[in-house]
Design a binder for this molecule. Structure first.
Ligand code: ZN
Length: 158
């Protein structure tokens, strides 16, 4: 009976979508590192990255904050993986630690390169994410604090 009314109350959400959404939320607690590592909660077709792009030195396609990720359009698997890598960096640094270090590394890069885009690319957090985003299995075997291996800039490696 309820199933017949549900689409009228929530025209965009089928029962399946609601269950899926809950499953994504609870992934924080009910995760399995070897099969389904923790992933953030993705919001697709969001205006937030467009608004933030006016303030930031780069064009933001997707932005991660805490357990949420906002995206201008539909997220592909690679971008979801990139943002999930940031999520794991944030979890192990209790969010605030990653935000502070992220800004410090960006400022350090800005002083070194005098270029906002390069400073962003050379941050160890971004280097880890960009280096492994195509490996969709990466988070299943990633060691905690793996971003520390990306602190040394070695241009021959990339
Ligand atoms: Zn990134």
């Amino acid at each position: 009976m309820f199933q017949n009314f549900a689409p009228k109350i929530f025209p965009d959400l089928t029962n399946y979508d609601i269950i899926k959404r809950r499953a994504i939320m609870y992934n924080f607690l009910y995760y399995n590192q070897e099969t389904t590592p923790r992933t953030p909660w993705f919001f697709e077709n969001s205006k937030l990255p467009i608004i933030l792009s006016y303030l930031a030195p780069i064009d933001i396609w997707a932005i991660s904050f805490g357990p949420w990720v906002w995206c201008r359009g539909k997220l592909d698997k690679v971008t979801k993986n990139h943002e999930a890598i940031h999520y794991h960096q944030q979890l192990e640094l209790l969010f605030i630690g990653q935000w502070i270090l992220y800004v410090l590394y960006w400022l350090k890069g800005l002083i070194t390169y005098r270029n906002g885009e390069k400073a962003y690319r050379q941050s160890p957090f971004e280097r880890e994410a960009y280096s492994n985003e195509y490996n969709l299995e990466y988070l299943k075997t990633r060691k905690a604090f793996a971003w520390r291996n990306y602190r040394e800039i070695n241009n021959n490696k990339t």
